[in-house]
Design a protein around this ligand. Structure first.
Ligand SMILES: Cc1cc2nc3c(=O)[nH]c(=O)nc-3n(C[C@H](O)[C@H](O)[C@H](O)COP(=O)(O)OP(=O)(O)OC[C@H]3O[C@@H](n4cnc5c(N)ncnc54)[C@H](O)[C@@H]3O)c2cc1C
Length: 569
C-alpha cells in the first residue's frame, strides 16, 4: 500500500503534537505513532515544566536570562547558548499558550500558575500540575489536535527513512494491525520519536522507548550529536526503576544514607538535594559503592517530615507509585531509591529551526539534539524543549513544503521508496529463512546489561573498550538471527527485531563517543579523566554513519554571553 501526505510527523508525544498544532492548516498533515498517542512516554512526565514566570514569592527576580544561565551552567557549558537563550525566552509565552489551550496547572492562592524549586535552578520556576504534568499537557494537546482534525495513524511502526541524494522522500512503516509494510511519500518529515532509555537495563523510560527514530535517521545519513551524554536520574524506585520525581526533593525531600546522614552535604553543600542530576546521581552511587547504602543497592528518599497533607496534595502520583509498586506509604516510611537511566541529551543533529543537514527532514523533542541541554539536562527543561522546538519544527517544515511546492518529482520519490521497500522485504525474508536457535530477546537483554555495567554513571577506558567489542559481537549475532514468529499481526518479536538494529547503533555511538572523550563533563564521568578539559573538549561530538561504522568528528560550541566557569553548587 502507498499513501501520500505533505507533512508526516512521526511521534505522538509532546513534540509531535506541538509540531502538528503549528503546521500550516492548509497542508495535508499526518501523525504516525507506534502506540496510541496518549501512551507516549510524555504522559509519564511528573515534576513540571520550566518558565521564568516569577510567580513564586522567592522568584520575583527571575528572568529568562537567568533561566538561560542556569541551563548553560547545568549543561556544563556544552549547550549552544543561542539555542538555550531561544528556549528560555520562548518559555514564557509558551506556558501562557498552554494555559490558554486548557492545561490545568496547579495554582497559587491568588490564582497564578504555581511554581516549585527544581535542581540546578536559581529560582523556583518549575510550573506543575501536582505530579502529573506530562499527562495533563499531553491530553490537552491531543484534544486540540482532534479539534483541529489532525489525522493519526496509530500503531504503525516506522521502520525506514527514505533519503537519497541528500533529500528525504518518505518513509516505510509496519502496520501492526494488518502486518503489512506501508510506503509513505512525503514532502517533509519530522521525527519526534523520543528517547532511547531502554538501551539501558535500568531506566525510568517506557518500554516503547527503544530509540528507533534516532537509529533510522543515522543509518539514512543524518548525523547524531553528543550521544555520549546520557542522563541518570538520581531517584528511581528500587528494583522497579519507576521515576520518583525531582519534585519530591523540590518539595523538601531528604536523601539519607545508612548512617542516617543527609550525605549531599559532602557533595553540594549549598544546594544539597537540589544540585543538578548528574551530581546527585553520582553522589548516591558513590554512597552505595563505598558501603554507605542499604544492602549494597540503595539509599533512602525521606518525605515523612513534609507531612501527610503536603504529600497528598503535591505528590499524589508518587504516593500511589510507592503504595502500588513499592508496598510502602511515603507518609510513614522512607522510599528506597537508586539511580537509573532517564534521558538522552544527545540525538539527531538539528539546528535551531529543527532542520537536519538532510533536506526535508526535521527532528524535535528528546530524539533530537539542538543542543540546549549540552552535557546535562536540568529537570523541567525537557518538556519545555519538546513544546518550544516541536512548534518550531511544525512551522519550518511547513514553510519548506510551501517553498518546494510542485518541484519534487513524484515518480522519482516513488521509485526510491519502492527500492527501499524491496530491500526491507528481502531482509525480512532472510529473517524468516534463517535457522537460529536464539531469538532477539537474548541479545536485547545482553546489550542492556552491558550498557548498564560498562557505559553507565562511572566510565573508564578499559570497560568502554570491552563494551565496544561486545556490541560489535552482538551485532554480528543479530545479523544471523531468525524470526521465530510466523504471523506478523501485532508481532512484538518483529517490532523488537526491527528496533534492535537502532539500539545497536545507539549503543555503539554512545560508547565510541564516551571512549574518545577523555574528560569529565556533566553526565559523562571518566574515572581515569576526572576533570573537565575545556582546552581540548569544549566541543560537540558528531557521529556519521560511514559504511556500517560510526565515524566521529567535532564541532564548536556556540558561546554568547556565559563564559565557561567551574561549576559549583
Ligand atoms: C518518568 C519520566 C518523567 C519525566 N518527567 C519530566 C518532567 O517532570 N519534566 C520534564 O521537563 N521532563 C520530564 N521527563 C522527560 C520528558 O517527559 C521527555 O523527554 C519528553 O516528554 C519526550 O517527549 P517527546 O515528544 O520527545 O517523545 P515521547 O513522548 O517519548 O514520544 C515519542 C513518540 O514517538 C513514537 N515513536 C517512537 N518510535 C517510533 C517509530 N519507530 N514509529 C512510530 N512511532 C514511533 C511513540 O509512539 C511516541 O508517540 C520525564 C521523563 C520520564 C521518562
Amino acid at each position: 500500500m502507498i499513501v501520500d501526505h505533505d507533512l508526516v510527523i512521526v511521534g505522538g508525544g509532546l513534540a509531535g503534537l506541538a509540531a502538528a498544532l503549528k503546521a500550516a492548516p492548509d497542508l495535508d498533515v499526518v501523525v504516525i505513532s507506534k502506540v496510541h498517542p496518549l501512551r507516549s512516554h510524555s504522559v509519564a512526565a511528573q515534576g513540571g515544566i520550566n518558565a521564568a514566570l516569577g510567580n513564586h514569592p522567592e522568584g520575583k527576580d527571575d528572568s529568562w536570562e537567568k533561566h538561560a544561565f542556569d541551563t548553560v551552567k547545568g549543561s556544563d557549558y556544552l549547550s549552544d547558548q543561542t539555542a538555550a537563550e531561544l528556549m528560555c525566552q520562548r518559555a514564557i509565552p509558551v506556558l501562557y499558550e498552554l494555559e490558554h489551550l486548557g492545561v490545568p496547572f496547579s495554582r497559587f492562592p491568588g490564582g497564578v500558575i504555581a511554581q516549585r524549586p527544581f535542581g540546578g535552578a536559581g529560582f523556583p520556576r518549575t510550573c506543575y500540575a501536582a505530579d502529573r504534568t506530562g499527562l495533563v499537557i499531553l491530553h490537552t494537546l491531543y484534544e486540540q489536535a482532534l479539534r483541529r482534525k489532525v489525522r493519526f495513524y496509530e500503531e504503525w511502526l516506522v521502520t525506514n527513512l527514505v533519503v537519497r541524494e541528500g533529500r528525504c522522500y518518505g518513509l516505510l512503516a509496519y502496520d501492526l494491525h494488518s502486518g503489512e509494510i506501508i510506503s509513505i511519500r512525503a514532502k517533509a518529515v519530522i521525527f519526534a520519536t523520543g528517547g532511547y532509555g531502554r538501551v539501558y537495563q535500568k531506566s525510568t523510560n517506557a518500554l516503547i522507548n527503544l530509540g528507533s527514530g534516532i537509529g533510522m535517521a543515522f543509518r539514512a545519513g543524518v548525523p547524531l550529536k553528543d550521544m555520549e551524554f546520557v542522563q541518570f536520574h538520581p531517584t528511581s524506585l528500587l528494583g522497579k526503576n519507576i521515576l520518583i520525581t525531582e519534585g519530591a526533593r523540590g518539595e523538601g525531600g531528604y536523601l539519607i544514607n545508612n548512617q542516617g546522614k543527609r550525605f549531599m552535604a559532602d557533595y553540594a553543600p549549598s544546594t544539597m538535594e537540589l544540585a543538578p542530576r548528574d551530581i546527585v546521581a553520582r553522589a548516591i552511587q558513590t554512597e552505595i559503592n563505598e558501603g554507605r547504602g542499604f544492602e549494597g543497592e540503595y539509599v533512602y528518599l525521606d518525605l515523612r517530615h513534609l507531612g501527610k497533607e503536603k504529600i497528598i496534595k503535591r505528590l499524589p502520583g508518587i504516593r500511589e507509585i510507592c503504595l502500588y509498586f513499592g508496598g510502602l506509604d511515603p507518609i510513614e516510611e522512607p522510599i528506597p531509591i537508586q539511580p537509573a537511566q532517564h534521558y538522552s541529551m544527545g540525538g539527531i543533529d538539528v539546528d535551531e529551526n529543527c532542520a537536519s543537514p538532510i533536506e526535508g527532514f526535521y527532528a524535535a523533542g528528546e530524539c533530537s539534539c539542538v543542543s540546549v541541554h549540552g552535557a546535562n539536562r536540568l529537570g523541567g527543561n525537557s518538556m519545555l524543549e519538546t513544546v518550544v522546538f516541536g512548534q518550531i519544527a511544525g512551522r519550518f517544515a511547513s514553510e519548506y513544503i510551501k517553498d518546494i511546492k510542485g518541484s519534487q518529482s513524484d515518480e522519482k520519490a516513488l521509485g526510491y521508496i519502492q527500492d527501499e521497500a524491496a530491500r526491507l522485504q528481502s531482509k525480512v525474508n532472510q529473517w524468516l529463512k534463517n535457522k537460529s536457535k536464539r531469538n532477539v530477546y537474548h541479545l536485547f537483554h545482553r546489550l542492556r546489561h552491558l550498557m548498564m555495567d560498562k557505559v553507565g554513571i562511572f566510565r573508564e577506558k578499559k570497560k568502554l573498550a570491552e563494551a565496544l567489542e561486545e556490541i560489535r559481537e552482538i551485532r554480528h549475532e543479530y545479523r544471523h538471527l531468525s524470526l521465530w514468529s510466523d504471523c506478523l499481526h501485532y508481532c512484538q518479536e518483529f517490532i523488537t527485531m526491527m528496533e534492535f538494529e537502532s539500539m545497536l547503533d545507539i549503543a555503539e555511538v554512545i560508547t565510541m563517543g564516551a571512549l574518545a572523550r577523555e574528560e569529565t563533563r556533566g553526565s559523562h564521568y571518566r574515572t581515569d579523566f576526572p576533570t573537565r578539559d575545556d582546552q581540548h573538549w569544549l566541543k560537540h561530538t558528531i557521529a556519521r554513519y560511514n559504511d556500517g561504522r560510526p565515524q566521529l568528528t567535532y564541532r564548536e560550541v556556540k558561546i554568547t554571553r556565559y563564559e565557561p566557569q567551574e561549576r559549583k553548587y
